[in-house]
Each structure stands twice: as C-alpha cells, then as structure tokens.
Design a protein around this ligand. Sequence first.
Ligand SMILES: Cc1cc2nc3c(=O)[nH]c(=O)nc-3n(C[C@H](O)[C@H](O)[C@H](O)COP(=O)(O)O)c2cc1C
Length: 337
Amino acid sequence: MDINSIKTAARKKFAGVCRVCPICNGVACAGEVPGMGGLGSGSAFYHNIQALADCRLNLRTVHSVKKTDLTCRVLGLDLAMPVIGAAIGGIALNMNGAVTEEEYAKAIVNGCRKAGSIGMTGDGPQPVVFDSGMAAIAKEQGWGIPVIKPRDPEKIVELAKQAAAAGCPAFGMDIDAAALVNMTNAGQPVGPKTIEELEFIKNHTTIPFIVKGIMTPDDAEACWQAGVDAIVVSNHGGRALDHTPGTAEVLPYIVEAVKGKMTVLVDGGIRSGADVLKMLALGADAVLLGRTLAIAAVGGGAEGVELVLNQYKAELSAAMLLTGTDQVSDVPVEILW
Ligand SMILES: Cc1cc2nc3c(=O)[nH]c(=O)nc-3n(C[C@H](O)[C@H](O)[C@H](O)COP(=O)(O)O)c2cc1C
C-alpha cells in the first residue's frame, strides 16, 4: 500500500462524491454539502487552503539543528506528533456510504493510535454516528475523543459521561454545527451556547472539554471564561458558514487572546507536514486533519490512515530541519517569511 494506491482506491469507492483531486481545495466540490465540499460558494473551504498557501516558510540551512523532536504533550496526552485525526461523521449522507460509519470510525481511531496520535469521532442525527465512534474508541481502550453536536447541555453532559466511563481522555463539542437543520429536524435540537451553558457543561463533566469551531478572539475568551480546556480554531472545513476567513488568517489573533491560558488546536486545509509547521508557527499547539484522513480511511482503512500520518511525520521533520526548528513545542514565528 502506498499513497497513490490509497487515492486510487478511495476515488473508486467515493464514486464521484469526492473526486480525490490532486489539490484538495474545495473548488471541484464547491457547494456539495451533504458531500465532501464546502457550503454554498465553497469560499470558506477555499480560504482555508489559500490562507495557508499565502503563509510562506523561510528556507534556512545554516544552523546547528541536526535532528528534530516531533513528540509533544497535548491536553495531558503524549503524542508522537502534534497531528490529530479530526471528527468526521455522517458517512452514509456525506460519502454516499463509501464505507460504513463503523468502518470509518474504526479506521480513524485505530490508524491514529498506531501512528502514535489520537483520533476524534463524530455525531449526527442518527444514533449510529455517535455510537459507532464510541464502539471504535472502546476497541482502543478509550483512546479516542468523541465530538458531540451542540445539543441541549443536559444531553451533552450525558454523552460526555458516557465518554468518561469508556476511558476517553477528553470530549469535544463542535459548536459551529449550531445551525445544523438535519439535527433539529430529527428532534435533536442544536444551537449556539451562552457562557453559562458552557460553564454548566464544564462543571458537570470530569474529563477535559474541547470546544471545536472557534473563529474569533471574543469567542475564544468566552470559552476560557467558562473554564473550557481547549478550543479548535475551525470553520468545520468550510461547511458551517459560507464566506468565513481561512483558519490560518484568524489563528494568530485567537492565540494572542488566549495563549498560555488554554490549549489551542486548529484545522482546515492542512495538506502537508509543511502546513502543520505553519500552523505551529502561527501559535497552535497541535492540528487536526479532516479530509486528508477521510481519503486515507476510505482508500486504505486503518493502515491507510497510519501510512498517511507517517508521511506527515516525515514531511514535518524535513520542514523543521529546513527551517532550523528542533522542537514542535517551540516553533518560532520567525520561520515564516
Ligand atoms: C464530510 C464531513 C463530515 C464532518 N463531520 C464532522 C462531525 O461530525 N463533527 C465535527 O466536529 N466535525 C466534522 N467535520 C469537520 C472536520 O472535523 C474538520 O473540522 C474539517 O474537515 C477540517 O478541514 P479539512 O477537511 O480541510 O482538513 C466534517 C467534515 C467533513 C468534510
């Protein structure tokens, strides 16, 4: 198995719902939600890619860095590199059933673990989405992070307690899914949360609470005030609201507001180890990969996910050497042009 065979197999299984383009930038699939694209014009997805492309690296080779250390501690977890599998749910709806929900969750959670990372799992209107994630995590003795839709706070607490009982080291809530009509239509209302509601969730749960889908310093500050442990700077891969900026554009402002107070993760358009390094230089503690690992999981299962993550490891290490960076925990902004 190699990257090309994974992509070929994925292209076949997706049967058009994802073209597995040479550059995964949301242009061919603009507006395809459900599907793998970005919402509406697809601009929020595209902005993620463009923001990272606009961010350039200084090639530096006259220095004393001879080897790189990719290991890190994120939310108390020891990881082989600061790269985590993003939550992707609704496989039947979004991927035309290219694989089952169970197969998908297993591939992500198991593949991430094998690569020394950790995978997140999703939530959706059908119980099978959350349950498949939890089943995959249980198979890995709790080594996974379920991300719960912004349901009623009591329901979130109930599901987070389930995660804690399964041994999960943290749980998340993708707050940017606040306007997801298919949840509300299925009798499972979602919506934005007040600081008090975030506090309620935090105060009634025992494992670290991650809020995913933060795009402004004010929202990040509000999460911090509520006692949230980590945020993911994310626009849901451009699937929540059309016309948002790219995550790499807003990240530095958010980091300035909450750096040192809480863990800051980021996702959106990260397509190489060099992109990971750019996000770290902009102040993120770690990054999440969405569609990249979706293609790997569909085309190659857990083995495909592991292989792609190992490729990111090699690319990140090479980019670090070529910018004079030895530690992922200390990436200076000066490596950016
Ligand atoms: C088909 C699809 C389904 C998704 N489902 C979820 C989900 O259930 N929960 C969640 O938190 N994020 C979900 N996301 C967003 C991802 O977790 C992540 O934020 C995004 O894919 C990152 O951008 P990238 O794909 O460009 O890497 C989904 C994304 C896609 C493409």
